[in-house]
Design a protein around this ligand. Structure first.
Ligand code: GDP
Length: 394
């Protein structure tokens, strides 16, 4: 595409070719788009408390992350950096969970029918700076275990922190030891890409010099009339940006100037896609079918739908059978209960006339007794009246 000038006449707009038609304007377009939209680059710093993580990130971006709240509107082109605090722990699991949670959030957005990845706030970790103590001894088991378990989830760059606290010869020996331990334990650390001619030479050289021994400091010291960032202690001054003193400049150059885009790309194409593949396989989706034959997502989806449909029908039938069985059982119980009830009612009904007869018999006996008593009284009073009459006659 050619860059052009717009000339406005009377309701006429004409474009004038101002440069060559070709790929040369593509970088400008990409830069302009990045300036307008911004982009996310997330760095995760892992290492023990007090090893120098905060100081190094502040030094890298020449800012103070603790105090500063980033604004949404930065007029000049600026990097919008972010820091995340993870709970201190003696296990790599919280870090793994955190990384997976960021991948999952992206996956959910990607699976939406109405995606908005265009302005999605990408929180996936693009690079992990793994801080190691300059002990000169072997790597700690926890560090080895953590790197081994996280190397498939993110790009890891090991850094030797507080490099000013160890002598140069010791540091060199430690670097070699460290790298050989990482290799012998099969830890895959990030390799700077060598397929792009513009950075191939420097990247290859840096791959051979890993890891970076760094010094972090926001303090400034005057050296030859110039204020420079340095770490000062009773033994001397270590300049942060002096390549003879430490690898800070190399790290900054490799991380931000030369390979930021590759780190973002690797995060998406290698680590995120691995996460997505595992998730898809967990859900039963795969690119290959039985006998390693390639299958389309549509085919897998149809097969899954068919399988789920069959399973649902089977479950429905099972539930139906179960409910019929339950009804039968309930009916039997009710029948039994009804029979018992009727038997009791019948028994009660049968008892009623007998009771009535018993009461009547008792009433008859009582009545007979009363009648007999009355008759006795009557006879006695009759006899008494007869003797009175005889007395009167006399
Ligand atoms: P964090 O807990 O890992 O974030 O560690 P900090 O960045 O807070 O640093 C802890 C202490 O180490 C502070 O007192 C820093 O001044 C000091 N420190 C940081 N970086 C360096 C360094 O490169 N060399 C030396 N000697 N001290 C450092």
């Amino acid at each position: 595409m050619a860059s052009s000038e717009v000339k406005k006449g009377k309701n006429i707009c004409s474009l004038t070719m101002s440069s060559h038609v070709g790929f040369e304007s593509l970088p400008d377009q990409l830069v302009n788009r990045s300036i307008q939209q911004g982009f996310c680059f997330n760095i995760l710093c892992v290492g023990e408390t007090g090893i120098g993580k905060s100081t190094l990130t502040d030094t890298l971006f020449n800012t103070n992350f603790e105090d500063q709240e980033s604004s949404h509107f930065c007029p000049p082109v600026k990097l919008k950096a972010q820091t995340y605090k993870l709970q201190e722990s003696n296990s790599y699991q919280p870090i793994a969970d955190y990384i997976d949670a960021q991948f999952e959030a992206y996956l959910q957005e990607e699976m939406k029918i109405k995606q908005s990845l265009f302005n999605y706030h990408d929180s996936r970790i693009h690079v992990c700076l793994y801080f190691l103590s300059p002990t000169g001894h072997s790597l700690k088991t926890l560090d080895l275990l953590t790197m081994k378990n996280l190397d498939s989830k993110m790009n890891i760059i090991p850094v030797i922190a507080k490099a000013d606290t160890i002598s140069k010869t010791e540091l060199q020996k430690f670097k070699i030891k460290l790298m050989s331990e990482l290799v012998s334990n099969g830890v895959q650390i990030y390799q700077f890409p060598t397929d792009d001619d513009t950075v191939a030479r420097i990247n290859a050289a840096m791959n051979g010099q890993l890891s970076f021994a760094v010094v972090g400091s926001m303090d400034e010291v005057k050296i030859r009339n110039k204020m420079v960032k340095a770490h000062q202690d009773p033994w001397g001054v270590v300049q942060v940006e002096n390549e003879n003193h430490c690898d800070f400049v190399k790290l900054r150059e490799m991380l931000i100037c030369k390979n930021m885009e590759d780190l973002r790309k690797q995060t998406h194409t290698r680590h995120y896609k691995l996460y997505r593949r595992c998730k898809s396989e967990e859900m039963g989706f795969s690119d290959v079918g039985p006998e390693n034959k390639p299958v389309s997502l549509q085919e897998t989806y149809e097969a899954k739908r068919h399988e789920f449909h069959g399973e649902r029908q089977r479950k429905e039938e099972e539930m139906k059978q179960m409910s019929v069985q339950r009804v039968k059982e309930k009916e039997a119980i009710l029948k039994e209960a009804k029979f018992e009830h009727l038997k009791r009612v019948h028994q009660e009904e049968r008892m009623k006339p007998e009771e009535k007869r018993r009461i009547l018999d008792k009433e008859i006996i009582d009545f007979s007794k009363k009648k007999a008593t009355c008759e006795i009284f009557q006879t006695q009073s009759f006899l008494a009246t007869g003797s009175n009459l005889r007395k009167d006659k006399d």
